[in-house]
Design a protein around this ligand. Structure first.
Ligand SMILES: *Cc1c(COP(=O)(O)O)cnc(C)c1O
Length: 447
């Protein structure tokens, strides 16, 4: 009597569950593999998209124009002449260990894309976040006749430019790492910058930003709320620019350049991607921008020879939920009684990006979920076997094989024989030593 029935987009939870039986496992926080049965070819989907290869090339050219400025602001990029890039490392010992642990053999070669070592921001957010702020700075300076494409962009480090940029604000909502990247680059250029942090954000990330003069506003709620509040406050100030992680094309394009860099790095390793030697990407996913951008670039470059698999926490499977149900950005894990609480703070997002769902959703081969407790042994194993330090979110990239093992059908579409696997390590460089040590301890306890 008087019971109100909760509807999610005109269907009850029970109706959703009977339409998508995998929801029961998802709602029980069981690690699962979801295969995209409606995958589209590049050729059939690309023509309807608002972005093309030319946009990626434009982004790459912009990165190069900014290289002299980046080099002068961040001496750690001197070795790469101001290009922010990370190594691609083959990790044979880790591969062997994963094979032993899962009682399976992994055909092909396994590489780690070490965005955990990306300079300036310490995570994959160095690609998207920094790119968008630089592009905004370029636009403002050009609108005011202070800059042209032919200039050496290092002039932007001058006092004249700093004073100019100080008139303007930048704002962003974040679970931590995006805030770090936006805060660091904006402060370095001279913008007034405000970062709206969700409850998941680690204290050290907020502290680090404050030491750089960034205004940090904390929220007791999750990422969506931090974004919403940040957007609202920024919109009230005509001089403020909001970096919108949920719908930004600029962030997305900043990430997409990674695929071109990887292609070159694979060639340096003697690897050419083709039908017989396909590329399989394992990409940790939060709101979707980073893995989506990388996947977009990869699909443009490698077409049907690349397979893109996203990884999410069992407690924050927003992209899986959105793609499986077709709810896309309207999917909210909390509506499905999933709590969005995870140690993988970079992935603690309850609703996926509309832009990414639309652009890359049809190209994703599958999404798997990982439990927090599975992340630490990966983190410890990488440190012991390969000497590589990652944060928990990154560990999700190396759990794909375990999910394959449990779901044989997941493998059917991918010709694994000579596959080149790239697990994308998305963050780690700036994690304080004591916290890294604590993660590591949890990892060896579990083994
Ligand atoms: C942000 C982040 C991701 C995922 O990126 P989204 O754009 O949110 O999907 C993965 N790993 C780490 C460490 C991150 O900070």
């Amino acid at each position: 009597m008087g019971m109100t029935q909760e509807y999610i987009n005109n269907k009850t939870l029970k109706e959703w569950q009977s339409s998508f039986p995998l929801l029961n496992s998802l709602m029980a926080y069981e690690p699962i593999f979801w295969m995209n049965s409606e995958k589209k070819t590049v050729r059939s989907h690309l023509p309807v998209l608002p972005l093309s290869e030319e946009d990626i090339m434009d982004a790459e050219r912009r990165w190069h124009r900014f290289a002299p400025l980046i080099q002068s602001l961040f001496p750690e990029t001197e070795g790469s002449q101001g290009i922010i890039e990370s190594p691609l490392k083959e990790i044979p010992k880790m591969k062997l260990s994963l094979e032993e642990e899962n009682g399976m053999s992994i055909s092909g070669r396994l590489f780690l894309k070490c965005d955990n070592e990306l300079p300036v921001a310490g995570s994959i957010k160095a690609r998207g976040g920094i790119y968008e702020v630089l592009k905004h700075a370029e636009t403002l300076a050009m609108e005011h006749g202070m800059l042209s494409h032919e200039d050496n962009y290092a002039i932007m480090a001058s006092e004249r430019f700093r004073r100019f940029f100080q008139q303007y604000g930048i704002a962003v909502g974040s679970t931590g790492n995006l805030g770090l990247s936006i805060g660091i680059i904006s402060a370095a250029i001279g913008f007034r910058v405000t970062v709206h942090m969700s409850a998941d954000a680690k204290a050290w990330k907020k502290d680090l930003l404050r030491t750089k003069g960034v205004q940090v506003i904390e929220y007791a709620s999750d990422y969506s709320k931090a974004v919403e509040e940040g957007r609202k406050q920024s919109d009230q100030d005509p001089m403020s620019y909001f970096v919108d992680d949920e719908q930004s094309k600029e962030l997305f394009l900043g990430y997409s350049v990674a695929a071109y860099r990887v292609k070159k790095q694979l060639e340096e390793n003697g690897v050419t991607i083709d039908k017989e030697n396909p590329l399989v990407l394992y990409l940790p996913c939060g709101v979707g921008g980073a893995p989506g951008g990388v996947a977009f670039g990869a699909k443009i470059l490698f077409g049907e020879d690349v397979y893109c698999i996203f990884a999410e926490p069992t407690h924050s499977p927003c992209m899986l939920l959105g793609l499986m149900t077709g709810l896309h950005e309207k999917a909210k894990v909390q509506d499905f009684q999933i709590d969005n609480m995870t140690e993988a703070d970079g992935l603690a997002v309850g609703s996926p990006s509309a832009l990414v769902s639309m652009i890359v959703g049809p190209w994703i081969d599958g999404v798997y979920t990982v439990g927090d407790s599975e992340l630490y042994p990966i983190l410890a194993g990488l440190k012991d076997l390969e000497g590589i330090k990652i944060e928990p979110s990154s560990g999700a990239a190396l759990l794909g094989f375990k999910r394959f093992k449990e779901n044989h059908s997941a493998l059917e579409r991918i010709p694994m024989k000579n596959a080149i696997h790239i697990a994308w390590a998305t963050g780690g460089l700036f994690v304080p030593d004591d916290q890294m040590e604590a993660f590591y301890r949890k990892g060896i306890e579990k083994q």
